[in-house]
Design a protein around this ligand. Structure first.
Ligand code: AHM
Ligand code: MG
Length: 337
């Protein structure tokens, strides 16, 4: 933890350097990588905030009011993040929701692999609701082989060396973990800097908010149907009925869960037998954040981060949030297997 008494305002850059100084011998590469992501986040945030004005919402190749051709915001975010990661030559490969295969950055000495969901919740863009960017960082497995392959990147979430997200909401914030707690920064647009707001954020052990797309109720597993009915029952002792909240952008729903407690669920269903959300660039990084904050993330059976991945875009069901809430839903799922 950084000594906050010595300084009232700490920027993301200062915080990363101070944190790195606690590990003598650290080469500063991961720190650089996090700073690069911070820079891309500021650029994306700027574009998100003027999306309506510049008509950036248009399809690829369309023309904005200034007669300039515009890109969809999710492709813009993808490009910004990849080019920021390419600056310092420490990332060898990127895997992104926007690209079918791996993106080889041609940095032969680069030892990091970065997974990205450049703009999560993109269906929210058109209606001015929160969206975010998610990242997950691994060390390259086979440094001896020159040619990069998906196999280098297929590692369980437990191997993540860092993970985090940027949320473009009523303000822009960035949360990340390197495996020693979760730090949260808020972007001050007047000075263009992320400012430390909390350097060891913890999720409440129990919360009374549940978050799931109830429109899919009919195709849910029986245990989940029963759990959601349980959430809606009246019981003063457990603060039920819970409130239902669903933004439709995982990063925003999970951020609220981190701050307020409760549970976010995207289950397996008849429509999506493996769930809808992506293991490598949605579920693993957000699971690492929530676990580092003291919460839990399971796929209905075991820990999300223990899943051995078989493909870079694979999906998984997820039940994530406050410990007591996740343990409760697991009881229901087990009972109705
Ligand atoms: P996206 O990354 O293409 O935006 O899709 C993933 C999003 C998640 O952010 C969100 O939790 C989920 O899809 C919402 O799905 P649904 O509309 O089925 O509830
Ligand atoms: Mg997404």
């Amino acid at each position: 933890m950084v000594d906050q008494k010595s300084k009232s305002v700490i920027t993301l850059e200062e915080y990363i350097i101070q944190s790195q100084n606690k590990f003598p011998g650290a080469k500063g590469e991961l720190s650089q990588l996090l700073r690069d992501i911070g820079l891309a986040a500021k650029i994306i945030s700027r574009e998100v905030n003027k999306a309506g004005i510049t008509n950036i919402l248009g399809e690829d190749g369309s023309t904005n009011v200034h007669g300039e051709s515009v890109k969809k915001l999710d492709l813009f975010a993808d490009e910004q993040l990849i080019s920021a990661l390419n600056r310092s030559e420490i990332t060898c490969m990127v895997i992104s929701e926007e690209n079918d295969g791996i993106v080889d950055l041609d940095n032969d000495g680069g030892k990091y692999i970065v997974y990205l969901d450049p703009l999560d919740g993109s269906s929210n863009i058109d209606v001015n609701v929160s969206i975010g960017s998610i990242f997950s960082i691994y060390l390259r497995k086979n440094t001896s082989t020159k040619k990069l392959s998906e196999d280098d990147a297929l590692q369980p979430g437990l191997q993540q060396v860092a993970a985090g997200y940027v949320l473009y909401g009523s303000s822009t914030l960035m949360a990340y973990t390197t495996g020693v707690g979760v730090s949260l920064f808020t972007l001050d647009p007047s000075i263009g800097e992320f400012i430390l707001s909390n350097d060891d954020i913890k999720i409440p052990d129990y919360g009374s908010i549940y978050s799931v797309n109830e429109g899919n109720y009919k195709s849910w597993p029986e245990g989940l149907k029963k759990y959601v009915k349980y959430c809606q029952e009246v019981d003063d002792e457990t603060n039920r009925p819970y409130s239902a909240r669903y933004i439709g952008a995982m990063v925003a729903d999970v951020h609220r869960t981190l701050m307020k407690g409760g549970i976010f669920i995207y289950p397996d269903s008849q429509e999506y037998p493996n769930g809808k959300l992506r293991l490598m660039y949605e579920c693993n990084p957000l699971s690492m954040i929530i676990e580092q904050a003291g919460g839990m993330a399971i796929d209905g059976n075991g820990r999300v981060m223990e899943i051995t991945p078989e493909s870079i875009h694979q999906r998984t069901p997820i039940f994530i949030g406050s410990k007591q809430n996740v343990m409760k839903v697991k009881e229901f799922l087990d009972e109705h297997k």
